[in-house]
Write a protein that binds this ligand. Structure first.
Ligand SMILES: [Zn+2]
Length: 405
């Protein structure tokens, strides 16, 4: 009887220690080496408790020794630090006509990468086989293997139900609707697989790499398609069905009569996407078949291209002004292939947003060009996985599983 109660107490106290190992780990994620005594002081926990949690995290490899602190006499105390290379992340960015894959560490540092032209319309098996094949190649290049993969993050160019990782009626992805991306990948690599649309992961990557001091970031992608990723109070907002930020088919004031591929008229995408601008120039007898062509023409001083970009900026700004009044972001980051145009595009956006939004909402608002540019999606796919696999709850359950084993 006595033994049994004692055993229960012991289990309860172990559970208490385990339940919070993941929280202690969050302190160490800044990469600073600390002694047990420093951690005890920071957390207010007993030194024995800290020691037990550090032991648990060390057994997972997430935390390792980092030399010794200066001694005040006697044996110098050990320091511990987050080991960001013990596990790896496979990050994939699948676009309409290209795909990129990278291996990163648990800080999101890219260790190896590969990119090539690939048509998403080839279907899920062909595209995901490409991701896996090149993922294995990159791992081999850096002397690691799939056993080191903590998680896999994939961005797709269409709507995705984030909870299941299944694409939902993606317009440019034949054969992908409802496809079990997670199950297909896990048949090859047994790791956590997270899938989201490319704009959401670009928003995550851009914010983490370059705007981490801001909690409220609106990322807008202007390319073949138009869409936004919303980060509010530090969290990506996906909405009830994962369609938050789908701005491409919002009606732009003054856009009446311009037919969109969706069947409506006056959609933002019909006025301001790369294709729309290229078509506008082509109708004026100027050779342009993509948004990139338009940006290049503007860089060469073509007045029609500059004018088209300026007007596209105003059209985007009309829609963003409404978003600003609703979401009150601190920074709007403009990404996607058209964003290379820089001020030729941003000037129009700023003109409309500052002219149309409430003064209080724009007093401190910044409107900036993407800094991560073409890396945003890969960085975001990695970040999405890291935030999940290193979260307090997931680390705690890994600690508990390691101790049971
Ligand atoms: Zn439309």
């Amino acid at each position: 009887m006595v033994t049994s109660i004692r055993r229960q107490d012991q289990l309860a106290s172990e559970a208490g220690v385990l339940a919070r190992a993941g929280d202690l780990f969050q302190l160490l994620r800044d990469g600073k080496a600390r002694t047990r005594a420093e951690l005890a002081e920071l957390t207010g926990l007993a030194r024995t408790t800290v020691a037990a949690r550090i032991d648990a995290l060390t057994s997972l490899g997430l935390v390792g020794p980092a030399g010794e602190a200066a001694s005040s006499g006697g044996r110098p105390p050990s320091k511990f630090v987050f080991n960001a290379t013990v596990r790896l992340v496979l990050a994939a960015d699948v676009g309409a006509s290209h795909a990129a894959v990278a291996v990163t560490d648990l800080n999101g540092m890219v260790l190896a990468r590969h990119k090539e032209a690939l048509d998403v319309a080839d279907g899920p098996e062909a595209v995901l086989d490409w991701v896996l094949e090149n993922g294995h190649k990159l791992l081999a290049e850096i002397g690691r293997s799939a056993a080191d993969i903590a998680g896999i993050g994939i961005g797709l160019p269409g709507p995705v139900e984030h909870g299941t990782g299944k694409p939902v009626k993606p317009p440019i992805m034949p054969g992908w609707d409802g496809f079990d991306v997670v199950g297909y990948i896990r048949r090859d690599i047994d790791a956590e697989v997270l899938v989201d649309n490319d704009v959401n992961i670009m928003a995550l990557g851009e914010r983490h790499a370059h705007w981490s001091e801001y909690q409220d970031v609106l990322f807008i992608k202007l390319a073949t398609g138009v869409g936004a990723g919303i980060i509010s109070s530090g969290e990506l907002q996906r909405g009830a069905d994962g369609t938050s930020g789908d701005l491409g088919h919002v009606r732009v004031p003054g856009g009446e009569g311009v037919l969109c591929r969706c069947g409506n008229t006056g959609c933002l995408e019909a006025l301001a996407s790369g294709q729309a601008l290229a078509a506008k120039l082509a109708a004026q007898g100027i050779e342009a078949s993509s948004g990139s062509d338009v940006v290049d023409l503007a860089a060469q001083g073509n007045v029609n291209a500059i004018h088209a970009l300026r007007q596209a900026g105003r059209d985007v700004g009309e829609v963003l002004a409404i978003c600003v009044n609703m979401l009150n972001p601190s920074v709007i980051v403009v990404g996607g292939s058209l964003s290379r145009a820089g001020d030729q595009l941003l000037a129009g956006i700023r003109e409309a947003v500052y002219g149309r939004s409430l003064p209080l909402a724009t007093a401190k608002l910044r409107i900036e060009q993407s800094r991560a540019t073409t890396d945003a999606a890969i960085l975001g796919a990695s970040r999405m996985v890291i935030e999940h696999v290193l979260s307090p709850a997931v680390v705690e359950s890994a600690v508990a599983a390691a101790l049971r084993a």
